[in-house]
Design a protein around this ligand. Structure first.
Ligand code: ZN
Length: 356
């Protein structure tokens, strides 16, 4: 069965001026997908998004926050841009409609997977979503596409439990906060140590609250951490928990900004490292839920590298070889030792809830 790629040129109409979260990110990605002849291959299938309805957005966001985003977007005319927060989250006149199409793209991807049209799907959407919470757009994100998708799956599609892994450079704080007290959503985020990176949350001690205790996991990675660190945390902490949870579907917030060359990054992932990271979760999905996975684009600002990382992941999902392989980056003894201790610390926090 083919792997779905959700895309629409409308995603380019969210204009952001000189901001790093630019339409060029998707132009480069689609150019590479085309030059790799992936859209002609039976292994991949292009899926059209649909706009989310306001009712669907309201499953997560407050009505006044939605209206604020709409009003600000309408205020931005021509080349003038408006901001939804302190200066990070830019909108143009079309941004509100594009944001609806981004959230709808996530749901279209899931529909294609659940109907059996594709085995898994990657929604190449923008604006991203994982920093937005119920009442506030922030960190380049207007609506939380992932959170809306989760509620859609649980409330409208009859799924009982979903697992999310967020592998953006930044903690998926919006998504984390929205499901912090819930056990029908397992959330894991790996990100650069919040003491050195936006948004300043995502510590190992953050494990959820109330019925959600034990269902929220954070691996803050020290600057310099590369693919070998990821594999260590994955095998010692994440894989056992995800396998015990047995989700009905595995969802991914993918950000290419943890690549060593990304302008925002202090981490050292490679393009093939991303592929291997996703491959680990794919094996769990194959075991637990018939391989059902939906990936959503979040960050990633070195456009050529973002495109290569996405193409590698798409090939992994299709069970094919990754076309882009860089020189291996080894994290070094002291970084590996630090993260060995981090894995132990995470196990300590999570031990009351999971077997290691
Ligand atoms: Zn990011």
């Amino acid at each position: 069965m083919a792997v779905g790629i959700v895309y629409d040129p409308m995603y380019l109409q969210h204009q952001t001026g000189s901001h790093v979260e630019s339409p060029e990110r998707l132009v480069a990605t689609m150019d590479l997908i085309k030059s790799e002849n992936m859209l002609e291959s039976p292994d991949f299938k292009l899926i059209a998004p649909r706009p989310a309805t306001i009712e669907e957005i309201k499953m997560i966001h407050h009505a006044d926050m939605i209206e604020y985003a709409r009003a600000k977007s309408l205020q931005a005319t021509g080349r003038s841009l408006e901001y939804l927060d302190g200066g990070d989250t830019v909108v143009c006149g079309k941004s509100f409609d594009v944001a609806l199409l981004a959230a709808g793209g996530a749901m279209a991807a899931a529909d294609a997977v659940l109907s059996g049209e594709v085995s898994s799907a990657f929604a190449l959407v923008r604006p991203p979503g994982h920093h937005a919470n119920a009442s506030r757009s922030s960190g380049f994100c207007i609506f939380n596409n992932m959170a809306i998708l989760v509620e859609y799956l649980l409330k409208k599609k009859g799924l009982k439990k979903v697992a999310i892994f967020d592998i953006d450079l930044h903690h998926g704080n919006g998504t984390s906060e929205l499901f912090y007290g819930r056990n029908d959503v397992l959330f894991f985020s790996s990100h650069q140590d919040p003491r050195t990176q936006y948004p300043g949350t995502g510590f190992p001690s953050e494990i959820g609250e109330g019925p959600g205790k034990g269902y929220n996991m954070n691996a803050p990675l020290a600057p310099g951490a590369g693919d070998d660190v990821v594999q260590l945390i994955f095998s010692q902490v994440i894989k056992p928990v995800f396998e015990q949870y047995e989700p009905d579907i595995i969802l991914c917030s993918f950000g290419g900004d943890a690549h060593y060359s990304d302008p925002l990054s202090g981490l050292s992932f490679t393009t093939q490292g991303y592929g291997h990271y996703v491959e680990g979760f794919k094996r769990i999905a194959d075991k637990c839920c018939g391989g059902k996975m939906v990936l959503l684009l979040e960050g990633g600002y070195r456009v050529k590298i973002l495109a290569q990382s996405i193409v590698n992941i798409l090939n992994v999902l299709a069970g094919k070889k990754m076309p882009f392989v860089e020189a291996e980056h080894e994290s070094g003894e002291s970084i590996l030792e630090y993260h060995g201790n981090l894995a132990k610390k995470l196990q300590e926090h999570l031990k009351p809830f999971w077997k290691f």
